[in-house]
Design a protein around this ligand. Sequence first.
Ligand SMILES: [Zn+2]
Length: 376
Amino acid sequence: MKDNYRIQKLKTIAKRYARANRLAHSLSLDVVAKELGFAHWNTLIGASKADWFPCDDDLTKIESFIGKAFHAKRENETDVILNSVDDMNQVEEGKIGEYGFRISNFLDDAVVYGEGWTVRIPEAPLAAPFVEIEERYAETSPVKEPEFLKQVIDIAQVYSQQIRARMSTDWSRRSTKPDANGKVRHPLGKDVSDKWYCWDCDGKITGLQIAQNLWHCPSCGANPLHIHPEPFGSDDSETHPVEIPEQGGRLEPIIQLVDARLKLELNEENISMLIRCALLEEATNTNERLGAMLAQISVIDNEAVYITFDEDLWPEDKEPIQALAVAKLLGLEVEQEVSQFTAPFAWPELGVLTSSTHEYTKMLMDAYSEHGVISR
Ligand SMILES: [Zn+2]
């Protein structure tokens, strides 16, 4: 079982190599096999049917051959070591001093979570890290200490680099490596140029700059969809050259206090939903269910809830006991009204005869067939 897993793992690695190098999968399987001393992938599979299986060293060898960028052990100056991961959606755990943290990939941002704080490193290589501290930890959170925060950001940076390395393996090589004339290819299209324009901020960007910043605008952080080979409106005079800060220079972190407690919003929408839910709970036939669904519910001045029933659907003498109980719990008085607004179907008396929607639909179709018409 375990050995089969290792063959699968070799296949996965080969697939990644194929994508990164735009090779056919079968060719990259052969590349992997050759690295392990076999003539072809088929020879390797033949050997695995006898008594050969890749050992840990073989896997490590292949991984480092395929690309150190996202398989090398990640180590940084804080001595926190994160294991290499195949699945960037996995959550990893670590510790800085006495404080535990988790790190994961959220929509290609690297996010570190601790108790009462998160640090997010956006996908755009130069964008500022976002730090959020829950209000109740405002005084005690370790990320308030610049030294601790720096360590967290360093760890997240390494992780973020891995996310980006993985993203760019899906791109053409020419997207991340300018040719001798500084020309690069847009990762999501076919355009090749040495000059690029951000349509969000009118920044004028060189091929090298845009490749370095992995196709995010170095000036405003706009994503690759906003980067084009010609200026917006085709007018070069409106544009301005962008500058890239020194290597690795993300902007200063933005720190915010947040109230992360779960909040029950007792607004009109939510109150109406609870009241309607209670009405449905005590509906005993199809008509009353329709009546509960179509009742008009409004909240006035946070003091009273008005329920207007359709007289054809909800019996006038029926007390909505559950809805009254819910309203009481919410500290609201209830005003009930009856009105005639258009019931959705003719012959409302049919809906009193059954609580089965199936049966009701059949009665409706029969009645309309006989006395009216069914339109679609
Ligand atoms: Zn821009």
